[in-house]
Design a protein around this ligand. Structure first.
Ligand SMILES: [Zn+2]
Length: 432
């Protein structure tokens, strides 16, 4: 088929010929079958390489009331993603070859994008004993990213062993950096707002201390470290220092930490103490947001990852202290990145491709994803129209959950189409 009138990374309009799941040819005015079934008019949309998420909670097995592999990957496809890394904090935990293969098979059977399971670092995410990392790496799921996300691997000895172990198969440990003893009962960012509201604070130092320790450990054993959802200006400083040493440390930031601040907990269009803003790590201050944007722009932070965390209504629409932490993010990520990074002049579309496709695929060692849109590449593509602005309507989400902080907010851009190995998963914004 031919995809007509699209702009690769925002360049001049061209056509793309797709054959056998590959981009066969790019150029202006390609001839070929452009009939109703065989062609698609992109009407000037930007083409990006299919987005890759390093940090998605698909909730299956165990919490199919919140999300399933099917609905989560439908949500991903609508957001322009062609691959997601499925976090390990399911029930049962993805800490054995059996469970990661189960998730991988569910992805092959029901996935609207590729599903790459993440393996747990420790048995049951309990932080006591290393999980069978080698067996997960050798399994059909080919696990390369290991994370206890949701919990921090806070034991320095275990973290060191995990970093040493994954070197054998070129794996990476993705750390949820949260010193647990500094965040007991924490409800939101520790600062002036938490003080006024009387909520227990989650101090920046609890994140920064773990990141500093883990950078030193990774350097000491010569292994790869990835830092999940960086949220503070101090963390950025530590990462900048670690990278200046040449250490193999990468980091991600979520869309919500690039846009939202902790004062929304006190005063927002949906009132005070609204748990829609409860997330871990918490929303931080305007100064943190500015530092995170600058770090993503200059490459200190490598990746935008959604931390898509679906929760059913009963877990979220309750009093602040009892509410679950997390936000859905797959279907709004690109729009939020446009708002925070592109429309502010901090990133161009090539920069977006690097941080939302090339870099996450590289860190996850994911073959077939994160390649430039050119002849010979696998046709994993996202068509995006940045010129429209629409109010976010959660009822239109493909996700089973609706816990978005952007409801009613007007955000730029719209995913027009997504192609997975040349096959459309989304056309005109609708699931195929
Ligand atoms: Zn986390």
């Amino acid at each position: 088929m031919i995809i007509r009138n699209v702009r690769i990374l925002g360049g001049e309009p061209v056509d793309l010929r797709i054959e056998d799941g590959l981009v066969a040819e790019t150029g202006p005015g390609l001839s070929g079958d452009d009939g109703f079934d065989g062609g698609f008019d992109g009407r000037g949309a930007i083409v990006l390489p299919g987005l890759v998420d390093l940090h998605t909670h698909l909730r299956e097995p165990g919490r199919e009331d919140a999300e399933t592999v099917q609905t989560g990957t439908q949500s991903a496809a609508r957001g322009g993603y062609t691959a997601v890394h499925a976090m390990a904090n399911t029930s049962p935990v993805a800490d054995t070859a059996g469970v990661v293969e189960q998730v991988w098979r569910l992805g092959r059977e029901f996935g609207h994008c590729d599903v790459q399971p993440v393996g747990a670092v420790t048995v049951g995410l309990e932080g006591r004993q290393l999980a069978e990392l080698g067996a997960m790496a050798d399994s059909a799921a080919r696990v390369r990213v290991f994370s206890d996300d949701g919990k921090c691997v806070d034991d320095a000895v275990l973290m060191r062993r995990a970093l040493e172990y994954v070197k054998a198969f070129d794996g990476v440990v993705a750390q949820h950096a949260q010193e647990p003893r500094l965040t007991g009962g924490a409800q939101m960012n520790e600062g002036v707002v938490s003080g006024r509201l009387g909520l227990t604070g989650w101090p920046a130092v609890a994140e920064e201390a773990i990141i500093a320790r883990d950078c030193l450990l990774a350097a000491h054993v010569g292994s790869r470290l990835h830092v999940c959802h960086v949220s503070t200006a101090g963390s950025v400083e530590i990462l900048r220092w670690a990278k200046s040493k040449g250490w193999d440390v990468t980091a991600e930031v979520t869309p919500h930490h690039l846009l939202l601040t902790d004062d929304l907990v006190e005063d927002s269009p949906v009132g005070a103490y609204n748990p829609i803003y409860k997330v871990n790590p918490p929303l931080r201050t305007r100064a943190d947001v500015e530092a995170l944007r600058a770090a993503l722009a200059d490459g200190t932070i490598d990746v935008v990852a959604t931390d898509h965390a679906p929760h059913p209504v009963e877990d979220k629409e309750t009093e602040w202290s009892a509410a679950a932490m997390g936000m859905v993010g797959l279907e709004t990520a690109l729009s939020v990145v446009q708002e925070a990074m592109v429309d502010t002049g901090l990133l161009d579309w090539a920069g977006v491709a690097e941080r939302m496709s090339y870099a996450p695929a590289r860190i996850g060692r994911l073959p077939g994803h994160g390649r430039p849109v050119e002849a010979g590449a696998v046709a994993n593509l996202t068509l995006y129209d940045p010129s429209v602005r629409t109010a976010v309507d959660p009822s239109a989400f493909a996700s089973k959950s609706r816990n978005t902080p952007y409801e009613g907010m007007t955000l730029p851009g719209r995913v027009v189409a997504t192609f997975l190995r040349g096959r459309p998963t989304v056309l005109e914004g609708k699931l195929v």
